[in-house]
Write a protein that binds this ligand. Structure first.
Ligand code: PNS
Length: 161
């Protein structure tokens, strides 16, 4: 069984993330989406909320599972007997950042391969940080995030999402 892990902060999950998950679910027998900690980030949504958003927005894909893990990505990948990590790429900037992470992940677990999926054009500039910024100023998130995130954002923004 080929298991792929799709890790990220997902603060919050966007339709760009969901698109990558959908496409990965067609290629791999099992996809484990894992909410992880990026030490460079301060999160707006709690781990529990981020997990719940992902669970709801991927429920139609029967071979997708959602998890959270606080440690190293390579530890999680090995614990799940996975061999593949999926990363979405929107730009060359993303690639430069991912290349650095790949270097360290490869040192820790040489048997794990990271595969990159180009973002769909519709989502090539979409980011969770832009979503958080729109939320801060009350901008519309329509067509950018799953329904469950729209609802949660509307609650936080006092009905303005
Ligand atoms: O969505 P993000 O914030 O770009 O995702 C980055 C994430 C969470 C996948 C990355 O920070 C990560 O793998 N964190 C776990 C710790 C780890 O294994 N780091 C890689 C070695 S430097």
């Amino acid at each position: 069984m080929t298991i792929a892990v799709y890790p990220g902060s997902f603060d919050p999950v966007t339709l760009g993330h969901v698109d990558v998950i959908k496409r990965a679910s067609r290629v791999f027998e099992e996809v484990r989406v894992c909410v992880m900690k990026n030490p460079k980030k301060h999160y707006l949504f709690s781990e529990k909320e981020r997990l719940a958003f992902l669970t709801e927005s991927t429920k139609q894909y029967s071979n997708v599972m959602v998890d959270a893990y606080q440690g190293l990505l390579t530890e999680y990948v090995r614990a799940k007997n996975a061999r593949v990590v999926i990363k979405g790429l929107r730009s060359s900037g993303d690639f430069e950042y991912e290349k650095q992470m790949d270097f360290f992940n490869k040192r820790l677990a040489p048997e794990v391969e990271t595969l990159y999926m180009a973002a769909d054009n519709a989502y090539s500039v979409l980011s969770s940080s832009a979503i958080r910024e729109l939320m801060t100023f009350g901008g519309s998130l329509d067509g950018l995030v799953p329904e469950v995130v729209l609802d949660a954002a509307a609650k936080r923004m006092g009905g303005k999402a």
